[in-house]
Design a protein around this ligand. Structure first.
Ligand SMILES: [Zn+2]
Ligand SMILES: [Zn+2]
Length: 173
């Protein structure tokens, strides 16, 4: 996704767009992207400087941390960027008039702002540590390994008649 900054009005504008998965991936740090990335952002343009703050959302394919099945997982991220032109000869002007808070500075050449890199980075940072196929995922039986979302194993019933059942609940440190 390239944003032609000459098409943006001075001041603030709201933009929303979709970026095809093929523009962002494949990337070794990202799982497969299953849906176009939806981006909504507030853009503030002043001369050659463009500040972009927004949210993005997509669905990626991850392995559920409970049942170990591949599943589509929704990802939501943020982008906060301060695009500055390499051709800008008055950097001090921007420094004084616009003091963005903790925005990542990205330099651009010509008139195109390349948003693919910021979007990619944001997605990587937004990946869940413990993805779930669903909040209600029942996971695997710790005893027989059955996927409890798909089958109801007999382990619990067997446990009830097992005199050592209580020992299983003990934790050794
Ligand atoms: Zn699961
Ligand atoms: Zn079982």
């Amino acid at each position: 996704m390239k944003l032609d900054m000459t098409t943006l009005a001075e001041g603030s504008t709201t933009i929303s767009f979709e970026v095809q998965a093929s523009e962002i991936g494949p990337d070794p740090n990202l799982p497969e992207i299953l849906m176009p990335v939806r981006v909504e952002a507030l853009v503030f343009k002043r001369h050659s400087q463009v500040l972009i703050e927004g949210k993005l959302e997509t669905v990626v394919k991850m392995v559920c941390s409970r049942c170990l099945e591949s599943a589509p997982v929704k990802i939501q991220g943020e982008i906060r960027y301060d695009f500055r032109s390499l051709a800008d000869e008055t950097p001090s002007l921007k420094e004084e008039e616009l003091k963005p808070d903790e925005l990542d500075v990205e330099w651009y050449e010509g008139v195109d702002l390349d948003l693919n890199d910021p979007i990619r980075q944001s997605l990587i940072l937004s990946l869940p540590m413990r993805p779930l196929c669903s909040e209600q995922c029942l996971g695997l039986c710790p005893n027989c390994g059955s996927n409890l979302n798909l089958v109801k194993c007999q382990c619990r019933e067997e446990d009830d008649s097992n005199p050592f059942r209580k020992l299983k609940g003990l934790k050794f440190n």
